[in-house]
Design a protein around this ligand. Structure first.
Ligand code: PGA
Length: 250
């Protein structure tokens, strides 16, 4: 891993209820061990659990994030939506933006750009998801798609100090399929190059996401260009998640 922190982010998606909080205590215990000092563990539960997660993990090394936010930073007549200000107010420090499951529901690069802008204005750290679909990959459009997602998603954003990138090929999410190690490494290198050119920045933080599990994490962990993982279904099972955390120590 090239960055000083190793990020392990749990994306619980539309799963989880108040009774699942008990199992997090095991993860808290592990996170306090000296070996895990450089591992940043971030839980992104559904909105309904954000405050409870914050209360449970406040004063522990664990961090909490939301899975999305509205593009309006504060308040408004947007039934069913949650703003970045509201997320911040319940103690979350991170927010996932641009997840392919939301892009699929119609979230455009333009909206994603507004959401990123609103989250950064509220001093949230953004976990910005990018990735190509299977048909884009088959048509050899991966590079164009990634470039477009980065350029439009980050339009008028001045610096990326508070942005973590998550490369999530859509064809790998929830499918059990993962990219070949070399292809993954090459795509991550390309993404880094695009970002560094655009922002004249230091090495950006790039995570991988898509069907990560306690087995395949071992080979992904060897890709030094990757600084951690965004984990969906395996993060909902605390034993599997702990296994992943243990195997990803840097
Ligand atoms: P998965 O999901 O690990 O279940 O493939 C990853 C994600 O959607 O972020």
């Amino acid at each position: 891993m090239t960055n000083s922190n190793n990020y392990i982010i749990a994306n619980w998606k539309m799963y989880g209820s108040i009774k699942d909080l008990k199992s997090i205590k095991k993860v808290i215990k592990i996170s306090k061990k000296p070996n895990f000092r450089k591992t940043k563990i971030i839980y992104c539960p559904p909105f309904t659990l954000l405050n409870s997660f914050h209360e449970l993990t406040n004063k522990t090394p664990l961090n909490v994030g939301a899975q999305n936010c509205h593009h309006n930073e504060f308040f408004g007549s947007y039934t069913g939506s949650i703003s970045s200000n509201m997320i911040k107010s319940v103690g979350a420090k991170y927010v996932i933006i641009g997840h392919s499951e939301n892009r699929k529901e119609g979230e455009s690069n333009l909206i994603i750009n507004k959401k990123i802008y609103s989250a950064l204005s509220q001093k949230l750290k953004v976990i910005f998801c990018i990735g190509e679909t299977l048909s884009e990959k088959k048509k050899k459009k991966t590079n164009i798609v990634l470039k477009k997602q980065i350029n439009y998603g980050l339009k008028n954003i001045k610096n990326i100090d508070n942005i973590i990138f998550a490369y999530e090929p859509v064809w790998c999410i929830g499918t059990g399929i993962v990219p070949k190690t070399n292809d993954l490494r090459n795509n991550v290198i390309k993404i880094k190059k695009l970002i560094k050119n655009k922002f004249r920045s230091k090495d950006p933080i790039i995570l991988y996401g898509g069907s990560v599990n306690p087995k395949n994490i071992v080979k992904f962990n060897k890709i030094s260009e990757i600084s951690g993982f965004l984990i969906g279904s395996a993060s909902q099972n605390t034993n599997k998640f702990i296994d992943i955390i243990k195997k990803s120590i840097i």
